[in-house]
Design a protein around this ligand. Structure first.
Ligand code: WTA
Length: 649
């Protein structure tokens, strides 16, 4: 039996950077990337020190890295403030009056904040926090819609050395409760409500439920977003705007030790309670600022739009800290992509002249499903660079994104990283790396990524295995909040001496990294280990399929059988014939071994609120079992009820 993950899909399309793009980009050629990458791996600390020197330090570090596996200290002895780097630093020159944030609410209103204005409002809110008892090191829980105040609240915490823990505004009271208990936050920042798909989401009410009977939370600061009539508890709840009137705008940033905690962000483990991923200040800022500059090829005149919510790591790193540290103009959109119509994104891009778009495969596949007519209605010619994050982007979705959205001229940066890694670790550099649809290509500078077998030995190119990172990097998580043992076990016990990502991957003959899915999801069919991403990608390659999720179910003969859950594109109907066609299609694309035993049609797939398919639930459904384990991150519970046994009959 083979112990490594096999790979059968071969992608032959290759897209070289255009001369016009390369000429203007930071790196210019593949040769330059390779040379700099090799150099950076010989001495990562030198590379990162160079990157750190782009930031403003209040005191220079004594040592770039102190490494006592698995605990790192970066830029030790140095002092820095993240809010100062994102704001104050830009106020001396023309960036002072440049738009930092262009915000659009779901109902359609727009607000622009220049760097000067964002700075002022951050200072005011930092003083509000202080006035309400928040001190350096205290945790502040932020539960907000995607409005500028969410960013202001984060930067205000960073300014005074408080540690923010942002909880996505789509999460329930229950999730807030868990995160409050684990983080020990005593102050909550929220809004009366937010807008989502035309509905008013009662955020403050959710907070009220979450803190019922919790005496630790002594203050709730409420931003008025929707003019909703809400209950304000005397002595505990205060209005943001009233508090702001009571303070001045003078709040110098506090110099903080490089290893001072910046934030805790919770991410769900596949089982058990959510993990509070802890990131610290200096290294995180160096990692996010440096990757933003290189990977998004930022220029002064760009209008950059990362569609993630601040409740995710992508929102932290590439909506707030990375772009603002680079003085970028960032678009923020509060609502759903299909509200009021499925062309909302394209309308925003055309009207604001967005040049860089960073979004997720789940959104791209939804757009494909809604039909080509929506993007075609708008002029998307301002775009020059596209990005993808969160899941493997299957080649068909990549091609659609490239053609329909990028007009065939925009490079796509398929960026691989995790909440834990803080910043992008594997990604093409636009203008330098030749692209292939479906691969995140090659590691960033200073990143030593490898694919290893169960014994930790690097496997030859073409073979699958576990994706590990062999050297520490500045934006790596420092620990799981309050649980060092879990940190060690989860990330550092699987492969000796290396950080284990939990992902399965392989490298092709050019050394490019292909993520094949989470190791826990890997299928084992008659002794062959198959990544879920490949089978799914083959299914989505069929013209009728919008989205697919593949799981294993126990099979007496083969060990595991393959069950495919499929949603169809507009205009296609489920039938037993189509199910058969799809089985054959996978057989042809990958090989008979990967042919699904069952194809089940579904209206929608169960996803987390950040858009990842919850294969764990599908596995339980496929084996006819009961749904158990943590479902608090599930986006839409009705999806589960609708996932019947539809084989098209
Ligand atoms: C997956 C999101 C393939 C992967 C930033 C990883 C990807 C997990 C990619 C982390 C990509 C993210 N290609 N897979 N470009 N980006 N993933 O913590 O399985 O929400 O381990 O961080 O998403 O998800 P997280």
């Amino acid at each position: 039996m083979s112990e490594n993950i096999e790979s059968h899909l071969e992608e032959k399309r290759i897209f070289k950077p255009s001369a016009a793009f390369s000429k203007k980009s930071a790196l210019g050629s593949f040769k330059a990337y390779k040379k700099l990458h090799a150099k950076s791996l010989k001495n990562p600390e030198k590379f990162w020190a160079g990157e750190a020197s782009h930031l403003l330090w209040r005191r220079k570090w004594k040592k770039v890295l102190r490494w006592k596996l698995p605990f790192s200290r970066w830029f030790d002895g140095g002092q820095i403030n993240a809010s100062e780097n994102c704001l104050d630093r830009h106020l001396d020159g023309p960036r002072r009056n440049k738009a930092a944030i262009i915000w659009e609410g779901e109902p359609g209103e727009r607000r622009t904040l220049t760097y000067q204005q964002l700075h002022r409002q951050t200072c005011v809110f930092a003083n509000v926090l202080k006035r309400n008892g928040v001190k350096k090191g205290d945790r502040v829980l932020i539960y907000m819609p995607l409005v500028p105040e969410a960013v202001i609240a984060m930067l205000a915490c960073a300014r005074i050395g408080a540690v923010h823990t942002v909880v996505f505004g789509g999460f329930s009271s229950e999730s807030i409760k868990d995160r409050l208990a684990d983080s020990g936050a005593k102050v909550v920042v929220t809004a009366d409500a937010g807008y989502r798909r035309g509905q008013v989401v009662p955020l403050k009410q959710n907070v009220d439920h979450a803190i019922e009977g919790n005496t630790a939370v002594h203050r709730v600061i409420v931003h008025r977003r929707a003019n909703l009539d809400i209950h304000m508890r005397d002595g505990r709840d205060v209005w943001w705007h009233q508090e702001a009137d009571a303070v001045d705008a003078n709040c110098p940033p506090v110099p903080l030790d490089s290893e001072h905690p910046l934030f805790i962000l919770y991410t769900s483990g596949s089982t058990g309670k959510p993990k509070g991923i802890l990131h610290t200040t200096g290294g995180y800022l160096v990692g996010t600022a440096s990757t933003t500059r290189y990977i998004f090829d930022l220029r002064e005149e760009d209008i950059y739009w990362c569609t993630a919510d601040v409740g995710w790591i992508t929102g932290h790193s590439y909506l707030v800290y990375g772009p603002l540290a680079n003085g970028a103009t960032c678009v923020l959109y509060e609502g759903a992509p299909n509200w009021p119509e499925p062309d909302r994104f394209w309308k925003i891009i055309a009207e604001l002249g967005v040049t860089i778009l960073y979004t997720a495969p789940t959104a791209i596949r939804a757009f494909m499903k809604w039909g080509d007519e929506w993007p075609k209605k708008h002029d998307l010619s301002s775009l020059r660079l596209l990005g993808s994050v969160g899941e493997p982007i299957n080649p068909e979705a990549w091609m659609w994104y490239h053609k329909l959205i990028g007009g065939g001229r925009c490079p796509i940066v398929d960026t691989w990283w995790q909440t834990e890694t803080g910043a992008i670790l594997i990604s093409p550099l636009p203008g330098a790396t030749p692209l292939k649809p479906g691969t995140a290509t090659l590691p960033f500078f200073g990143i030593d990524a490898a694919i290893v077998d169960d014994k930790g030995r690097e496997v030859p190119h073409g073979e699958g295995g576990k994706l590990v990172i062999r050297k520490p990097w500045p934006s790596m998580l420092r620990t799981i909040h309050g649980d060092k043992a879990r940190y060690k076990k989860q990330y550092w016990s699987e492969v000796k001496g290396s950080y284990f990502t939990g992902d399965g991957a392989r490298r092709d003959k050019d050394g490019y990294f292909w993520i094949v899915g989470r190791i826990d999801d890997v299928l084992n069919v008659a002794g062959h280990r198959l990544g879920t991403a490949e089978v799914e990608s083959a299914l989505v390659g069929h013209p009728s399929v919008a989205e697919a999720a593949v799981v294993g179910k126990p099979d007496e003969i083969k060990g595991q059988g393959v069950v495919a859950f499929v949603t169809l594109r507009e205009g296609h109907a489920a039938s037993p014939e189509l199910a058969d066609q799809l089985r054959r299609h996978v057989g042809q694309a990958i090989g008979p071994i990967a042919k699904p035993d069952e194809v089940r049609f579904a209206e929608a797939l169960p996803k987390t609120r950040s858009g990842k398919i919850m294969r764990r639930l599908l596995k339980q459904i496929a084996s006819g079992g009961q749904i158990s384990g943590d479902t608090t991150t599930l986006e839409d519970f009705s999806v589960l009820a609708r996932l019947g046994n539809n084989t098209g009959e």
